[in-house]
Design a protein around this ligand. Sequence first.
Ligand code: AMP
Length: 283
Amino acid sequence: MIVFKKISALQRHLSFLSSNNMSIGFAPTMGALHEGHMSLMSASKASCDITVCSIFVNPTQFNEQSDLDKYPVTTQSDLNMLLQIGVDVIFLPGVQEIYPDGDDYEMPYDLGKLAEILEGEKRPGHFEGVVQVVDRLIDIVQPTILFMGQKDFQQFSIIQRMLDINDKPTKLHVCPIVREQDGLAMSSRNVRLSEQDRMDALSLSSALRYIKENYKVTPWKTLISNATQMLNKPNIKVEYLTIADGRTLQPLESILPDSYAVALVAAWVGEVRLLDNIILTNK
Ligand code: AMP
Protein backbone atom coordinates (compact mmCIF):
# COMPACT_ATOMS: atom_id res chain seq x y z
CA MET A 1 0.00 0.00 0.00
CA ILE A 2 1.41 3.39 -0.98
CA VAL A 3 0.16 6.65 0.52
CA PHE A 4 0.41 9.81 -1.59
CA LYS A 5 -0.21 13.34 -0.38
CA LYS A 6 0.85 15.09 -3.58
CA ILE A 7 -1.00 14.95 -6.89
CA SER A 8 2.18 14.93 -8.99
CA ALA A 9 3.62 11.81 -7.30
CA LEU A 10 0.24 10.05 -7.38
CA GLN A 11 -0.18 10.77 -11.08
CA ARG A 12 3.34 9.56 -11.91
CA HIS A 13 2.55 6.28 -10.20
CA LEU A 14 -0.91 5.86 -11.75
CA SER A 15 0.13 6.80 -15.27
CA PHE A 16 2.85 4.13 -15.11
CA LEU A 17 0.19 1.56 -14.12
CA SER A 18 -2.33 2.66 -16.78
CA SER A 19 0.35 2.59 -19.45
CA ASN A 20 0.75 -1.08 -18.50
CA ASN A 21 -2.95 -1.55 -19.28
CA MET A 22 -3.98 -1.85 -15.65
CA SER A 23 -7.54 -0.87 -14.79
CA ILE A 24 -7.96 1.57 -11.91
CA GLY A 25 -10.84 1.35 -9.43
CA PHE A 26 -11.36 4.45 -7.32
CA ALA A 27 -13.44 5.03 -4.18
CA PRO A 28 -13.49 8.62 -2.89
CA THR A 29 -14.21 8.89 0.85
CA MET A 30 -14.11 11.40 3.67
CA GLY A 31 -12.49 8.90 6.05
CA ALA A 32 -13.83 7.64 9.40
CA LEU A 33 -14.06 4.40 7.48
CA HIS A 34 -16.42 1.53 8.27
CA GLU A 35 -17.58 -1.69 6.62
CA GLY A 36 -19.73 0.29 4.16
CA HIS A 37 -16.61 1.94 2.75
CA MET A 38 -14.81 -1.39 2.79
CA SER A 39 -17.52 -2.90 0.55
CA LEU A 40 -16.52 -0.33 -2.08
CA MET A 41 -12.86 -1.38 -1.75
CA SER A 42 -13.81 -5.06 -2.08
CA ALA A 43 -15.93 -4.39 -5.17
CA SER A 44 -13.05 -2.48 -6.71
CA LYS A 45 -10.53 -5.18 -5.88
CA ALA A 46 -12.83 -7.79 -7.44
CA SER A 47 -13.06 -6.02 -10.79
CA CYS A 48 -10.02 -3.75 -11.17
CA ASP A 49 -6.25 -4.35 -11.21
CA ILE A 50 -5.50 -1.44 -8.89
CA THR A 51 -7.66 0.05 -6.15
CA VAL A 52 -7.25 3.69 -5.15
CA CYS A 53 -8.97 5.19 -2.11
CA SER A 54 -8.93 8.90 -1.34
CA ILE A 55 -9.52 10.30 2.12
CA PHE A 56 -10.40 13.97 1.95
CA VAL A 57 -12.90 15.80 4.13
CA ASN A 58 -14.10 18.17 1.46
CA PRO A 59 -14.90 21.54 3.05
CA THR A 60 -16.96 22.77 0.09
CA GLN A 61 -19.73 20.19 0.52
CA PHE A 62 -20.53 21.15 4.12
CA ASN A 63 -23.26 23.72 4.28
CA GLU A 64 -22.71 24.18 8.00
CA GLN A 65 -19.29 24.92 9.46
CA SER A 66 -20.24 23.12 12.70
CA ASP A 67 -20.89 19.88 10.77
CA LEU A 68 -17.43 20.14 9.18
CA ASP A 69 -15.84 20.88 12.56
CA LYS A 70 -17.49 17.82 14.12
CA TYR A 71 -16.75 15.45 11.25
CA PRO A 72 -14.85 12.48 12.74
CA VAL A 73 -11.20 12.09 11.71
CA THR A 74 -9.66 8.65 12.33
CA THR A 75 -6.81 8.56 9.82
CA GLN A 76 -4.63 5.94 11.53
CA SER A 77 -7.41 3.41 11.92
CA ASP A 78 -8.57 4.18 8.35
CA LEU A 79 -5.10 3.37 7.04
CA ASN A 80 -5.03 0.13 9.06
CA MET A 81 -8.38 -0.96 7.58
CA LEU A 82 -7.27 -0.13 4.06
CA LEU A 83 -3.98 -1.97 4.57
CA GLN A 84 -5.79 -5.00 5.89
CA ILE A 85 -8.21 -5.19 2.98
CA GLY A 86 -5.37 -4.75 0.48
CA VAL A 87 -6.02 -1.34 -1.08
CA ASP A 88 -3.09 -0.46 -3.34
CA VAL A 89 -3.01 3.31 -3.31
CA ILE A 90 -4.23 5.90 -0.79
CA PHE A 91 -4.56 9.54 -1.74
CA LEU A 92 -4.49 11.73 1.36
CA PRO A 93 -4.35 15.32 0.11
CA GLY A 94 -4.65 18.55 2.06
CA VAL A 95 -7.15 21.27 1.12
CA GLN A 96 -4.40 23.31 -0.55
CA GLU A 97 -3.52 20.39 -2.82
CA ILE A 98 -7.10 19.98 -4.04
CA TYR A 99 -7.96 23.67 -4.26
CA PRO A 100 -4.65 25.49 -4.89
CA ASP A 101 -6.46 28.51 -6.32
CA GLY A 102 -9.07 28.67 -3.57
CA ASP A 103 -12.34 26.80 -3.49
CA ASP A 104 -14.64 29.20 -5.35
CA TYR A 105 -16.61 27.22 -7.86
CA GLU A 106 -19.26 27.78 -10.46
CA MET A 107 -20.97 24.53 -11.32
CA PRO A 108 -20.34 23.93 -15.04
CA TYR A 109 -23.09 21.29 -15.38
CA ASP A 110 -26.81 21.70 -15.63
CA LEU A 111 -28.02 18.99 -13.29
CA GLY A 112 -31.57 20.25 -13.47
CA LYS A 113 -34.09 19.43 -10.78
CA LEU A 114 -32.09 16.41 -9.61
CA ALA A 115 -29.79 18.69 -7.62
CA GLU A 116 -32.54 21.00 -6.36
CA ILE A 117 -34.78 18.59 -4.46
CA LEU A 118 -34.35 16.55 -1.24
CA GLU A 119 -30.70 17.01 -0.14
CA GLY A 120 -30.31 19.85 -2.64
CA GLU A 121 -33.17 21.72 -1.03
CA LYS A 122 -32.22 20.96 2.57
CA ARG A 123 -28.47 21.50 2.17
CA PRO A 124 -27.96 24.42 -0.22
CA GLY A 125 -24.57 24.25 -1.94
CA HIS A 126 -23.93 20.66 -0.85
CA PHE A 127 -24.07 19.06 -4.29
CA GLU A 128 -22.05 21.85 -5.90
CA GLY A 129 -19.32 20.90 -3.42
CA VAL A 130 -19.72 17.18 -4.11
CA VAL A 131 -19.57 17.66 -7.87
CA GLN A 132 -16.61 20.01 -7.49
CA VAL A 133 -14.54 17.52 -5.52
CA VAL A 134 -15.52 14.37 -7.42
CA ASP A 135 -14.85 16.08 -10.76
CA ARG A 136 -11.45 17.20 -9.48
CA LEU A 137 -10.60 13.77 -8.05
CA ILE A 138 -11.63 12.01 -11.28
CA ASP A 139 -9.39 14.38 -13.25
CA ILE A 140 -6.52 13.53 -10.92
CA VAL A 141 -7.00 9.74 -10.68
CA GLN A 142 -8.51 9.04 -14.14
CA PRO A 143 -10.22 5.89 -12.87
CA THR A 144 -11.59 3.15 -15.08
CA ILE A 145 -14.40 2.58 -12.57
CA LEU A 146 -15.64 4.88 -9.83
CA PHE A 147 -17.13 3.10 -6.80
CA MET A 148 -19.85 4.82 -4.78
CA GLY A 149 -22.50 3.70 -2.30
CA GLN A 150 -26.27 3.45 -2.70
CA LYS A 151 -26.36 4.91 0.82
CA ASP A 152 -26.06 8.36 -0.79
CA PHE A 153 -28.65 7.74 -3.48
CA GLN A 154 -29.01 11.29 -4.74
CA GLN A 155 -25.24 11.75 -4.69
CA PHE A 156 -24.50 8.81 -6.98
CA SER A 157 -27.42 9.84 -9.25
CA ILE A 158 -25.89 13.29 -9.62
CA ILE A 159 -22.41 11.93 -10.25
CA GLN A 160 -23.83 9.57 -12.90
CA ARG A 161 -25.45 12.56 -14.58
CA MET A 162 -22.19 14.50 -14.38
CA LEU A 163 -20.32 11.61 -16.04
CA ASP A 164 -23.01 11.41 -18.75
CA ILE A 165 -22.84 15.16 -19.45
CA ASN A 166 -19.04 15.09 -19.48
CA ASP A 167 -18.91 12.03 -21.68
CA LYS A 168 -16.08 10.81 -19.47
CA PRO A 169 -14.81 7.26 -20.01
CA THR A 170 -15.09 6.51 -16.26
CA LYS A 171 -17.91 4.08 -15.41
CA LEU A 172 -19.86 4.28 -12.14
CA HIS A 173 -20.41 1.18 -10.02
CA VAL A 174 -22.92 1.53 -7.17
CA CYS A 175 -22.54 -0.76 -4.14
CA PRO A 176 -25.52 -1.74 -1.94
CA ILE A 177 -25.97 -0.23 1.54
CA VAL A 178 -24.07 -2.02 4.29
CA ARG A 179 -26.05 -2.09 7.54
CA GLU A 180 -25.40 -2.87 11.17
CA GLN A 181 -26.94 -6.16 12.30
CA ASP A 182 -30.02 -4.37 13.61
CA GLY A 183 -30.59 -2.55 10.31
CA LEU A 184 -29.06 0.89 10.89
CA ALA A 185 -27.24 2.02 7.74
CA MET A 186 -23.54 2.36 8.49
CA SER A 187 -22.36 5.97 8.47
CA SER A 188 -19.30 7.84 9.66
CA ARG A 189 -21.70 10.05 11.60
CA ASN A 190 -23.08 7.14 13.67
CA VAL A 191 -20.23 7.48 16.18
CA ARG A 192 -21.76 10.80 17.21
CA LEU A 193 -25.07 9.18 18.25
CA SER A 194 -25.73 8.95 21.99
CA GLU A 195 -27.04 5.65 23.37
CA GLN A 196 -30.63 6.95 23.15
CA ASP A 197 -30.06 8.38 19.64
CA ARG A 198 -28.63 5.05 18.53
CA MET A 199 -31.84 3.25 19.59
CA ASP A 200 -34.08 5.91 18.04
CA ALA A 201 -32.06 5.90 14.81
CA LEU A 202 -33.32 2.38 14.14
CA SER A 203 -36.72 3.89 13.28
CA LEU A 204 -35.30 5.11 9.95
CA SER A 205 -34.49 1.66 8.59
CA SER A 206 -37.63 0.20 10.21
CA ALA A 207 -39.86 2.77 8.46
CA LEU A 208 -38.19 2.06 5.11
CA ARG A 209 -38.51 -1.68 5.62
CA TYR A 210 -42.18 -1.21 6.52
CA ILE A 211 -42.71 0.64 3.22
CA LYS A 212 -40.96 -2.09 1.25
CA GLU A 213 -42.96 -4.86 2.92
CA ASN A 214 -46.32 -3.10 2.57
CA TYR A 215 -46.41 -0.89 -0.51
CA LYS A 216 -48.14 -3.54 -2.61
CA VAL A 217 -51.00 -4.09 -0.16
CA THR A 218 -51.48 -0.82 1.70
CA PRO A 219 -53.16 2.31 0.31
CA TRP A 220 -50.57 4.99 -0.48
CA LYS A 221 -51.73 7.56 2.08
CA THR A 222 -51.91 4.98 4.87
CA LEU A 223 -48.49 3.67 3.89
CA ILE A 224 -46.84 7.10 4.16
CA SER A 225 -48.73 8.05 7.29
CA ASN A 226 -47.85 4.77 9.08
CA ALA A 227 -44.18 5.11 8.10
CA THR A 228 -44.18 8.75 9.25
CA GLN A 229 -45.76 7.65 12.51
CA MET A 230 -42.86 5.24 13.09
CA LEU A 231 -40.52 8.24 13.02
CA ASN A 232 -42.63 10.24 15.41
CA LYS A 233 -40.28 10.39 18.41
CA PRO A 234 -39.25 13.39 20.48
CA ASN A 235 -35.63 12.88 19.49
CA ILE A 236 -36.27 12.65 15.73
CA LYS A 237 -36.87 15.52 13.32
CA VAL A 238 -37.74 14.25 9.86
CA GLU A 239 -36.59 16.40 6.93
CA TYR A 240 -38.16 14.20 4.29
CA LEU A 241 -39.64 10.76 3.87
CA THR A 242 -40.60 10.14 0.29
CA ILE A 243 -41.18 7.48 -2.32
CA ALA A 244 -39.57 8.69 -5.50
CA ASP A 245 -38.68 7.75 -9.03
CA GLY A 246 -35.18 6.27 -8.88
CA ARG A 247 -34.01 8.22 -11.95
CA THR A 248 -35.43 11.71 -11.33
CA LEU A 249 -36.08 11.48 -7.56
CA GLN A 250 -39.41 13.20 -8.17
CA PRO A 251 -42.14 11.93 -5.81
CA LEU A 252 -44.30 9.05 -7.00
CA GLU A 253 -47.95 8.65 -6.19
CA SER A 254 -48.20 5.00 -7.14
CA ILE A 255 -45.90 2.22 -8.21
CA LEU A 256 -46.50 0.62 -11.60
CA PRO A 257 -45.03 -2.74 -12.59
CA ASP A 258 -42.27 -1.05 -14.59
CA SER A 259 -41.49 1.67 -12.01
CA TYR A 260 -38.03 2.20 -10.59
CA ALA A 261 -39.03 3.28 -7.09
CA VAL A 262 -36.98 4.16 -4.06
CA ALA A 263 -38.02 5.27 -0.57
CA LEU A 264 -35.71 7.88 0.92
CA VAL A 265 -35.47 9.40 4.36
CA ALA A 266 -33.40 12.17 5.94
CA ALA A 267 -33.81 12.94 9.63
CA TRP A 268 -32.05 14.53 12.54
CA VAL A 269 -31.64 12.07 15.37
CA GLY A 270 -30.56 14.21 18.29
CA GLU A 271 -27.71 16.30 16.90
CA VAL A 272 -26.90 13.98 14.01
CA ARG A 273 -28.39 14.12 10.53
CA LEU A 274 -28.85 10.66 9.03
CA LEU A 275 -29.80 9.43 5.57
CA ASP A 276 -31.17 6.09 4.46
CA ASN A 277 -33.02 4.62 1.51
CA ILE A 278 -34.41 1.38 0.16
CA ILE A 279 -35.05 0.35 -3.42
CA LEU A 280 -38.65 -0.85 -3.71
CA THR A 281 -38.69 -1.97 -7.29
CA ASN A 282 -36.29 -1.82 -10.17
CA LYS A 283 -37.54 -3.72 -13.19
P1 AMP B 1 -18.32 9.27 2.75
O1 AMP B 1 -17.00 8.94 3.35
O2 AMP B 1 -19.43 9.33 3.71
O3 AMP B 1 -18.25 10.45 1.81
O4 AMP B 1 -18.67 8.02 1.82
C1 AMP B 1 -17.79 7.58 0.83
C2 AMP B 1 -18.51 6.57 -0.03
O5 AMP B 1 -18.90 5.46 0.77
C3 AMP B 1 -19.79 7.13 -0.68
O6 AMP B 1 -19.88 6.66 -2.02
C4 AMP B 1 -20.87 6.54 0.19
O7 AMP B 1 -22.12 6.38 -0.47
C5 AMP B 1 -20.27 5.17 0.56
N1 AMP B 1 -20.90 4.66 1.77
C6 AMP B 1 -21.07 5.30 2.96
N2 AMP B 1 -21.75 4.53 3.83
C7 AMP B 1 -22.04 3.39 3.18
C8 AMP B 1 -22.75 2.20 3.54
N3 AMP B 1 -23.31 2.04 4.74
N4 AMP B 1 -22.84 1.21 2.61
C9 AMP B 1 -22.29 1.36 1.38
N5 AMP B 1 -21.61 2.45 0.98
C10 AMP B 1 -21.49 3.46 1.86
